[in-house]
Design a protein. Structure first.
Length: 129
């Protein structure tokens, strides 16, 4: 069955669930994090399904690829912020692991979409450290 709407994309559906999980976990953050890590995590989480939806609505495959790339970037941002929140004691190990697993799963699905799109472009090599 062809994908007619961004709402049909499993990556979008799972990322909407992920946003809900992020909001639930960040509710317990200290008040001083309201405009810091909590806000940053929530914004990054919201950007994942938003970029998937916006990219799907674009007119070219290249634009869709670009927005899926933004979604992947937001996922890595979230993973970093979850690690920070865990080290600060704002998110427990169990919640942290669950959130990281969910992020990794969504990333795999988004990469699968990218691989399925016509006109595959090679990824630039990672810089040497």
């Amino acid at each position: 069955m062809p994908v007619r709407s961004y709402r049909d994309l499993i990556a979008w559906q799972k990322s909407i669930d992920f946003v809900t999980e992020i909001y639930r976990c960040t509710r317990a953050f200290p008040k001083e994090e309201t405009y810091g890590l909590m806000s940053q995590l929530r914004r990054a989480a919201v950007s994942v399904p938003s970029n998937i939806a916006e990219g799907h609505a674009r007119l070219t495959t290249g634009e869709f690829r670009q927005f899926l790339g933004h979604a992947l970037g937001s996922l890595t941002e979230i993973e970093t912020q979850i690690q920070i929140a865990n080290r600060l004691g704002y998110v427990g190990r169990e919640d942290s692991n669950r959130l990281l697993e969910h992020s990794i799963e969504i990333g795999k699905i988004v990469r699968g979409i990218l691989q399925s799109l016509p006109g595959k472009e090679s990824r630039k090599p990672a810089p040497s450290l």
